[in-house]
Design a protein around this ligand. Structure first.
Ligand SMILES: Nc1ncnc2c1ncn2[C@@H]1O[C@H](COP(=O)(O)OP(=O)(O)OP(=O)(O)O)[C@@H](O)[C@H]1O
Length: 516
C-alpha cells in the first residue's frame, strides 16, 4: 500500500475534494503528492487559499495520543512569533475550537493565545485537523488586525479542511515511516509513475505507464480460469506476470508449478509432465508424480511452449480438453484441475506455418493473450526502472542508495536492450557493486550501439510533458478516441476521465485530431 492510500484510509470518507489548480481541477492525491517537507506543506496550503487571502501566517499543531502537542510547524508573513510555550493548548485539542477567535488581551486560560497576542496576533482562524475518529491537530491562520478574514475564506477553509489534514498527515507519516520517505525521494516525485499495483501481485513487479494495459489485463483475467498466453521477447517479465496472474487468482493458495519446455531433453519431458509408475521404464525405480498432477487445484506455467515437441503438444491438448492424465506405465486416468498459463518468445503463428506447432493447440492456448512490450518499445519507463533496480541492488548489497548519473540514464534510454528487463537488472546490479561514487555510472555495453527510435527520428530523451503527451495519444488511439467507460483512454491510463481531460487541455491534445 502506498502512503496516499494509507492517508485515504485514515480520513473520514468524502472529506477529500478535488482542488482548483492553475490548469484546472486536480485530484487530491495529485495535489499533495509532492509534499515532502514543511515548506512544501505551507506552499500547498497557501496556494489553495491564495484566492481568498494574499499573505498568510500559518501555524500547525499536531497532538500525540495524550493530547499534547508534539509537532509545531509555522510560517509567518510579517509576524514575529514569540517562542511557543512548551506545554500549551490542551484546551485547543479538548474543546476542538474552530472558527474565528479575536484577541484583545492576553488570555489567562490559554498560554498559546497569550503568546500569540504578545506576538502581535489579533485574529486567528482555527481549523481542527481530523482523522476518522478525532482531531489530531489544528491549523491556525494568523492575522495582525481584526476583521481580516472574509466569509469566503472561512467557507473555503472548512471545505478544504480534509485536504489540509491529508497534507499534514503526509508529512507526519513521512517522518514516522522512513521507508516511504526513501521511496518517494528516490523517485523525486515520480513515484506515481512507477508502482506496485496491488498487494496480491508479486512485490517485485513494478510498472511504468507502458505496462498498464498488460497489468489491467492481468486484473481482468486473473479471477477467471481462462488459459492465458503470454508473449514477449526474452526478459520482458513473462514469468513474473504468470506469477502475478496466479497470485491474483482464486487459486493463489494452491501450487504454482513451472515447467520450462526448452530446458528439458525431449525424452524426459513426458515423464516430467505426466509422471510415471514404478517400473514404467528402465530406471523407473519409484512412482513419480508429474508436474501437471502437482499443479492440481493450482496453476501450471508452461514456459517456452513453442519448444514443446509435436508429440507432447498432442498429449497436452488432450489434457486441456479432457482434464485428465495418465501416468506413464499406468492404466488409471487421473482427473486434474489446472489453470494453464503458457509463455513464448516465438511467433506461434510462424511456427504453425512451419509445421512446428499444432494449430488446434494454439487455439486452445490463445484464449486470453497478453503481450509484454520490449523495453525499447517502452523507453518512457527506462529511467524509472533504472532507479528502481539501483535502489533494490543497494538494499541487497548493503550499499547506500545513490542515483544513477544523468548522462548514463540518457545513454541507456537510447540503448536497444536485447535482454530487456533481465539485462537491465543485472547491469544495474553490477554497477551498484562496482561504483562507490556519489552518482552511479553505467556504460552502454560495447558492441551494442544504440538503435534509432522505431520512427527513425533518432532517439532524443523526451521531456516528461512530451512523454505524457505521447502516452495519452497512444491511449486515445487505442480506445478510438473514447475517454470514458471500460477500455476508454482514462480507464487504460488508470486515471479519472476528468483528470485526463484536464491534462489533454493542458497539453493541447485534441482527440479529433488524433482519431479520424
Ligand atoms: N515489470 C517488472 N518489474 C520488475 N522486475 C521485472 C519486471 N519484468 C521482469 N522483471 C525481472 O526481469 C527478470 C526477467 O523476467 P522474467 O524471467 O519474468 O522474463 P521472461 O519474459 O519470462 O524471460 P524468458 O523469456 O527469458 O524466460 C526477472 O528477474 C524479473 O524479476
Amino acid at each position: 500500500m502506498d502512503l496516499l492510500a494509507l492517508i485515504e484510509l485514515l480520513l473520514p470518507e468524502g472529506t477529500l475534494p478535488e482542488v482548483q489548480s492553475q490548469n484546472g481541477r486536480i485530484e487530491w492525491k495529485e495535489a499533495i503528492g509532492n509534499i515532502k517537507n514543511e515548506d512544501d506543506l505551507f506552499a500547498f496550503i497557501s496556494s489553495v487559499l491564495q484566492p481568498y487571502l494574499h499573505t498568510l501566517s500559518l501555524l500547525i499543531g499536531v497532538a500525540d495520543v495524550n493530547g499534547h502537542i508534539s509537532h509545531w510547524w509555522r510560517k509567518t508573513d510579517g509576524l514575529t512569533l514569540l517562542p511557543l510555550p512548551r506545554k500549551v493548548s490542551e484546551h485547543f485539542m479538548q474543546d476542538n475550537i474552530s472558527g474565528v477567535l479575536e484577541m484583545y488581551a492576553p488570555d489567562r486560560r490559554s498560554a498559546l493565545q497569550t503568546t500569540l497576542f504578545n506576538s502581535g496576533v489579533r485574529e486567528m482562524l482555527m481549523v481542527p485537523l481530523r482523522n476518522h475518529t478525532s482531531s489530531f491537530g489544528f491549523l491556525c491562520i494568523l492575522a495582525k488586525h481584526h476583521n481580516t478574514f472574509p466569509k469566503s475564506l472561512q467557507i473555503a477553509v472548512n471545505r478544504y479542511a480534509g485536504l489540509f489534514a491529508a497534507a499534514t498527515l503526509k508529512l507526519l507519516l513521512r517522518e514516522a515511516l522512513p521507508q516511504w520517505l526513501e521511496e518517494e525521494d528516490m523517485n523525486d516525485g515520480d513515484e506515481q509513475e512507477l508502482f506496485v499495483h496491488n498487494e496480491l501481485l508479486p512485490a517485485k513487479l513494478v510498472s511504468g505507464i507502458a505496462l498498464r494495459p498488460a497489468i489491467k489485463q492481468v486484473r481482468q483475467v486473473a479471477p477467471t480460469d481462462a488459459t492465458v498466453l503470454l508473449t514477449g521477447e526474452t526478459g520482458t517479465g513473462k514469468e513474473l506476470f504468470a506469477e502475478a496472474i496466479h497470485l491474483s487468482s482464486l487459486r493463489r493458495h494452491k501450487a504454482f508449478v513451472k515447467i520450462n519446455c526448452a530446458a528439458l531433453p525431449p525424452q524426459l519431458i513426458e515423464s516430467e509432465l505426466f509422471g510415471h509408475e514404478k517400473g514404467a521404464f528402465t530406471g523407473a525405480f519409484h512412482r513419480r508424480i508429474g508436474k501437471i498432477e502437482m499443479a492440481d487445484g493450482g496453476t501450471l506455467f508452461l514456459d517456452e511452449i513453442g519448444e514443446l515437441p509435436l508429440d507432447m503438444q498432442a498429449k497436452l491438448l488432450r489434457v486441456i480438453q479432457e482434464k485428465e492424465i495418465e501416468r506413464i506405465g499406468g492404466s488409471d486416468t487421473i482427473p486434474v484441475n489446472v489453470r494453464i498459463i503458457a509463455a513464448t518468445n516465438r511467433r506461434l503463428e510462424d511456427e504453425i506455418q512451419l509445421g512446428r506447432f499444432r494449430q488446434d493447440l494454439y487455439y486452445r492456448l490463445y484464449v486470453f493473450p497478453i503481450h509484454l512490450p520490449a523495453l525499447r518499445e517502452r523507453r518512457e519507463d527506462i529511467a524509472l526502472l533504472l532507479q528502481h533496480f539501483a535502489r533494490n541492488a543497494a538494499r541487497k548489497y548493503g550499499k547506500p542508495i545513490r542515483p544513477i548519473a544523468p548522462a548514463s540514464v540518457m545513454a541507456l534510454v537510447d540503448y536497444h536492450w536485447p535482454g530487456n528487463i533481465r539485462e537491465m537488472e543485472h547491469m544495474v546490479e553490477r554497477a551498484v557493486i562496482a561504483n562507490d561514487t556519489p552518482l552511479i555510472t553505467i556504460d552502454v555495453p560495447t558492441g551494442n550501439k544504440a538503435l534509432p527510435m522505431e520512427d527513425g527520428a533518432g532517439s532524443p530523451l523526451l521531456t516528461l510533458a512530451e512523454t505524457e503527451r505521447q502516452t495519452i495519444i497512444r491511449a486515445l488511439r487505442y480506445s478510438n478516441g473514447r475517454i470514458r467507460g471500460p477500455q476508454g483512454a482514462a480507464d487504460l491510463l488508470d486515471i479519472k476521465p476528468t483528470t485526463l481531460e484536464a491534462r489533454m487541455k493542458k497539453l493541447g491534445i485534441v482527440k479529433e485530431h488524433i482519431v479520424r
